[in-house]
Design a protein around this ligand. Structure first.
Ligand code: BGP
Length: 468
């Protein structure tokens, strides 16, 4: 019997800001990433998505490559300020038409579109009015979601509301490395709560509009393991699970926060504050499916030192784990090097088994929820030999992780699709263009010419044989 279900979706993923470019074309409004990336010192070597890989103008060429690759599905995000330059109100029809044409091109090639409504590029106009800390952004998100359902709901069946609260709230409001660059845990919790409410409202609207499809949420899946079995490190690891996983999955899959952590947060930080009706909204609008973005596991130890919130954005191996430099929160936990681990140049542990373990942990806590692996991939500086991009390490990485998905399916998990990150080399938020993930190489010295990598042909064969 074949491991992967007959209609399993072999896909690939991208996000608007990282591929589209055309940052001010045809009526698009600025997003917080347009503003932030233009501030000195915010990104790797000042890179930004002004042009990115110009997918906005080259999407037909890119979709033709997706078809050649044999993709069954393509996950992409919509740029909110391209549709609604002010975040709400006036509609930019040129933006609406762009995604409509993209969807049609995908469908013509038999590629199922999977839309992410929010992959971090909030309209700057909404940030100026408080961003996710303001409940008005919840109303604006519902308006934006309804516009997308109205214009694309006749053709698109797979939708997710948000991508990775852990990253855009964590980096945006705790470490300050992403816009809006705030460092305040209480404000982070309140902003995050508003995201959950915006999600619930968008799910309710989806069901009201009777869209013939499914709607979910995409989260980071990061497995944690204690450095050793000392009680302090085991407790630190449980806390990391609670904050990085349960806090972010429970509200969208169970319709409530993990209660002990909620009480702890409210008593120590005074957040999140609920409005009347919030509890019912969460309870009544849980997801149809969950999207999991898996890259790495973290080894966890108790942290008796100060908070350190830097990550490796240079690709200089080992820098994240130098003594005293480890990412961690004072008195809570820190992420340390696993002495037996295999790491990428960005100090991300390569641990395929963690994908099986993580999927099974989700199944155990949340029951038989349909699962899509919405991101998974290797960030690397790919070797070029005689003009060919020979990304053997990426092939090894993906092969092992696809095996890990197969193991989870054999163990009874309902995994319905796998979307490597990324379809094409694109802008990494803080790491510029040097951290490559794609099946397709983009030559920045030759007018962004596309070139198939070795992994392209490998994945093409894998899809042809349905992963067997
Ligand atoms: C996820 C994001 C993606 C992508 C990926 C790789 O967190 O959803 O947008 O960027 O990580 O991350 P990075 O580019 O930092 O290596």
């Amino acid at each position: 019997m074949a491991t992967f279900p007959k209609d399993f979706l072999w896909g690939a993923a991208t996000a608007a800001y990282q591929v589209e470019g055309a940052h001010d074309a045809e009526g698009k409004g600025p997003s917080i990433w347009d503003t932030f990336s233009h501030l000195p010192g915010t990104t790797y070597n000042g890179t930004n998505g002004d042009v990115a890989v110009d997918h906005y103008h080259r999407f037909r060429e890119d979709v033709a490559l997706m078809a050649e690759l044999g993709l069954k599905s393509y996950r992409f995000s919509i740029s909110w300020p391209r549709l609604l330059p002010e975040g709400r109100g006036t509609i930019n029809e040129a933006g609406v038409t762009f995604y409509s044409a993209l969807i049609d091109a995908l469908l013509e090639h038999g590629i199922e579109p999977m839309i992410t409504l929010y992959h971090w590029d909030l309209p700057q106009a909404l940030q100026d009015q408080g961003g996710w800390e303001s409940r008005q952004t919840i109303d604006a998100f519902e308006e934006y979601a309804r516009l997308c359902y109205e214009r694309y709901g006749d053709r698109v069946k797979l939708w997710s509301t948000f991508n990775e609260t852990l990253c855009f709230i964590g980096f945006g409001y705790i470490t300050g490395a992403h816009p809006p660059g705030i460092r305040d845990p209480a404000r982070a919790l309140q902003a995050c709560h508003h995201v959950f409410i915006a999600h619930a409202r968008a799910v309710a609207a989806f069901r009201q509009c009777a869209i013939a499809g499914k709607i979910g949420f995409v989260n980071v899946l990061q497995t944690h393991t204690p450095l050793d079995d000392t009680p302090a490190n085991v407790a630190a690891c449980q806390l990391a699970d609670g904050i990085f996983t349960h806090w972010l999955y429970d509200p969208v899959l169970r319709g409530e926060y993990p209660i002990e952590l909620l009480h702890l947060a409210q008593s120590s930080l005074g957040a999140p504050v609920f409005d009347p009706g919030d509890e019912a909204l969460l309870r009544d609008n849980v997801c149809d499916f969950i999207g999991l973005n898996y890259y790495k596991r973290e080894t966890v130890a108790a942290n008796h030192g100060e908070s350190r919130l830097q990550i490796n954005t240079t690709g200089q191996k080992g820098s994240a784990h130098q003594a005293g430099n480890e990412f961690g929160f004072k008195d809570l936990f820190k992420f340390v090097r696993n002495p037996n681990g295999v790491y990428t140049d960005w100090d991300w542990e390569i641990y395929p088994q963690g994908l099986t373990e993580g999927i099974m942990q989700i199944k155990e806590r949340y029951g038989d929820i349909p699962i899509y692996i919405t991101e998974n991939g290797l960030g690397a500086k790919d070797p070029i030999i005689d003009g060919e991009v020979v990304d053997d390490d990426r092939i090894d990485y993906l092969r092992q992780h696809i095996d890990a998905v197969a193991d989870a399916i054999v163990q009874g998990a309902d995994v319905r699709g796998y979307y490597p990150w990324s379809f094409i080399d694109l802008l990494s938020w803080l790491n510029g263009f040097q951290k490559q993930y794609g099946f397709v190489y983009v030559d920045h010295q030759r007018q962004l010419a596309r070139q198939r990598k070795k992994s392209f042909f490998w994945y093409q064969q894998l899809i042809r044989h349905h992963g067997e």
